[in-house]
Design a protein around this ligand. Sequence first.
Ligand SMILES: [Zn+2]
Length: 304
Amino acid sequence: MTNKTIWFVGAIMAFSWPAMADDIPDRAELLKPAPNPAWNNFGAGRPITQEIAPGLYTFSGSARTIFMVTKDGVIATDPATPKDAKAMREEIRKVTDKPVKYVVYSHNHWDHVSGGQIFKDEGAKFISHEKCVQHFKDKPNPEIVMPDITFPKNYTLKLGGRSLELIYLGPNHGDCLVFMRPDSENGKYLFAVDIATPGGAPLTFMAGYDPANWLRTLKELEAMNFSVMIPGHGVPLADKSSITERRKYLEALMAAVKKANDEGMPGDQIPEKVRVPEFAYLRGYELNVRDNVRRMQAYYGIGE
Ligand SMILES: [Zn+2]
């Protein structure tokens, strides 16, 4: 049985939230600022679709993605995996009989962009930042559909009277990550994949991240005009302060490693001793902080 919660935003726009299963956090709770314990409850393990604004949906399989329904078709984003793409296609069919016209890749990482063939088969055009193409050529993966449309900076995708703005901020997590701003509620939402996971510590050795550019990007996002972040993993949405939470964690981590370096702590002791206890509340902190420290040791060792 599906319960529905009706939300009133501005001029009484109603959209649904398939609450209140035990594992789906309440929308109002999710939108409270960091540190927010509700960000630890994201209902992993089963595909789920949530309409977060009229015609704007998040879909959660192994990763989180978004899709927009327009009068002329659907704009989908990261297919994630073949299994997730199939599940997402079924979910899209539940809300519209329109075809998927576009699939937009957030970046080049396989856990987000595999499985698009099901959409290619129905005629969808694939879009990514131009720098993703070389990655797909260098590391071929038969589950990844090559993009049809690429762009060097920003790109605004228009379909059926709606738009999805794709924003490129340079290298940060890889070198082809784009942030996506749907037109919903005047740009209130930002789909931001892998740049911050609300309430969580970064994974182990921070694969693909360039620390200095990561920090720069987080600051640019903090200055950007949006209020709700849709992350690529975890909760369906979070307050913009989740970006600030990640920025502050990185700054504290980097400062602690630099201080230990500057004070002459032996390199083999730094991963064992350097910690940022004020962030011990983050999900995965205990598991990942040692490798996070080692990543920053490498940064201060080689400057990258
Ligand atoms: Zn990634």
